[in-house]
Design a protein around this ligand. Sequence first.
Ligand code: 13P
Ligand code: SF4
Length: 320
Amino acid sequence: MAVMTASMTDRLQDEIRSLATERKAVLLAHNYQVPEVQDVADYVGDSLGLSQQAAATEANVIVFCGVHFMAETAAVLAPEKTVLIPDLDAGCSLAAAIDADALARWKDENPGAVVVSYVNTTAEVKALSDYCCTSGNARQVIEAVPADRQILFLPDMFLGAYLERVTGRKMKIWPGECHVHAGIRPDDVAKTLDEHPDAELLIHPECGCASQCMYAATESPALGARTHVLSTEGMVKRARTSPRREFMVATETGILHRLGKEAPDARFYAMSERAVCRYMKMITLEKLRDSLLEMRHRVTVEPELAARARGAIRRMVEIA
Ligand code: 13P
Ligand code: SF4
């Protein structure tokens, strides 16, 4: 692949900005996007923030620099808008962990249970769900379900285990995982704690290390005081306001660019350099430019399916 110089990047970003104006498009980018895509976007944020932006925008076109389920969620929330994704292959291993047939069978085995789906799911799965949530509001969503109801939580087992711990609520949990976050192990945490003894730990609840970190944090008040399990946007807010200025970050490494911009006086270290989502990295400046030029790739959700998925997604956007 040809290396892009700074002036080529600037030229492409200028081209993208003027195409976005011409098309009356808003560019939404997830915190895991490559730096040059984050830098050209109108809004950079987590799954919840991006959904809220999609629901509220007055633009005619939403270009989603993220993965497919995110663009699909935007299409459900804003059916009158044109939603584009620069690369249709930008999928998600977690969203692929359960399909609608498997969920329908799980519901049949558990009549009367309330289904809470993480936003990393297909529209078909959301259409069979009562609530949708993101890492930014999962706890509040679980707490909104009446205490006497059984909950089926899907598809992330690490987020599910974390939620059981913080809410004290026993749930049935689908055994899915995100390969990127599951790969961040307790050993990575132990090693980085030795290397940066004063750093604060910012941990995404999809991580394989999250439950053990929470356990270690309750055993050691000193460690507990500097351990925070947060969505990606929660990490940005924490880095801005924490009195500590050194942070170990356990999530996809794309967040480091955003964190560096939002808290330039702080130092951030990846808990694992291996934590790279190849799907998020499929979106490049060239593909974003081509997406605006050719108005591709359009993401649509069939109206009847969208109507069924919308209730769970709206509840997610409202419980913020
Ligand atoms: P948030 O940005 O909502 O924390 O989600 C992380 C993620 O893995 C999205 O795919
Ligand atoms: Fe999906 Fe994991 Fe990539 Fe997020 S980081 S988009 S959960 S594969």
